[in-house]
Design a protein around this ligand. Structure first.
Ligand SMILES: [Fe+2]
Length: 253
């Protein structure tokens, strides 16, 4: 059934099963609260592709996603799977999974006391934040290409750091111009009310400067994980980041 999983070598020891029946009513209630808090803002400010993907993969407000059910819908669309893993992956395992169209997905959920922020990704960040975009064919190809390029750069820390910036300013904090306005697609924005509000109200809130996406600029743009973003890069279409990932391969080879 899951053909891509058989291709994994380095990542294999990190794969787990999601014990969906073990989630408690309180955990489902926390998920529902998280989704309810994010959806009104996202309905207006998320990109069309995210909102479309959310429905395509069958995410619901009332219960934590069952990854097997998500994959039944996602797999036939783009070949991606949300694959349960035990936690944070080392880079070689992470990139190997991306190159195999397997998105490493945590299964734990934050507690009610930390609705807005968790230092490590949980299933809300990973599935609500990331996975809907994997239903979009061009984004799907981009992310696999990104994993392939990085897998080939494991020997070079400096180049990997530059590729990390491409991930940060697209997959995590990417924005796109649609119908003349800035829309959100990066998971760090999608899953965080604070980060999104900072972008949406940027002119009155001292939020980030939004520059046109440029591969060289992104590869050279340092960032801090622990602070609100000061600069973001807007694409005009997802073709642009797919082309950028291909170009990065030539640029950094
Ligand atoms: Fe993420």
């Amino acid at each position: 059934m899951n053909q891509a999983a058989t291709q994994l070598h380095v990542a294999e020891s990190f794969l787990i099963q999601q014990d969906w029946d073990a989630y408690t009513p309180e955990q489902h209630a926390v998920w529902a609260e998280l989704v309810k808090r994010r959806m009104p803002q996202l309905a207006e400010h998320a990109c069309e592709e995210y909102l479309d993907g959310f429905h395509q993969i069958g995410l619901r407000e009332d219960s934590i996603p069952n990854l097997a059910e998500v994959n039944k819908r996602l797999g036939p669309r783009t070949g991606w799977n949300a694959t349960p893993v035990s936690g944070f992956l080392p880079p070689d395992a992470f990139f190997e999974m991306l190159a195999a169209r397997q998105f490493p997905t945590t299964t734990w959920l934050r507690k009610r006391e930390s609705l807005e922020y968790t230092p490590e990704p949980d299933i809300f960040h990973d599935v609500f934040g990331h996975v809907p975009m994997h239903a979009h064919p061009v984004f799907a190809d981009f992310l696999q290409q990104y994993g392939r390029v990085c897998s080939g750069l494991m020997h070079d820390k400096d180049k990997l750091e530059r590729m990390g910036r491409l991930f940060w300013f697209t997959v995590e904090f990417g924005v796109i111009r649609q119908k003349g306005t800035i829309k959100l697609y990066g998971s760090g924005l999608i899953s965080s009310h604070g980060e999104s509000t900072h972008v949406i109200n940027r002119s009155s809130d001292g939020g980030p400067e939004i520059r046109d996406f440029d591969l060289d600029a992104v590869l050279n743009q340092e960032f801090l994980v622990s602070e609100m973003q000061k600069v973001l890069y807007a694409v005009e279409s997802f073709d642009q980041i797919y082309e950028a990932a291909k170009e990065a391969e030539h640029r950094l080879a």
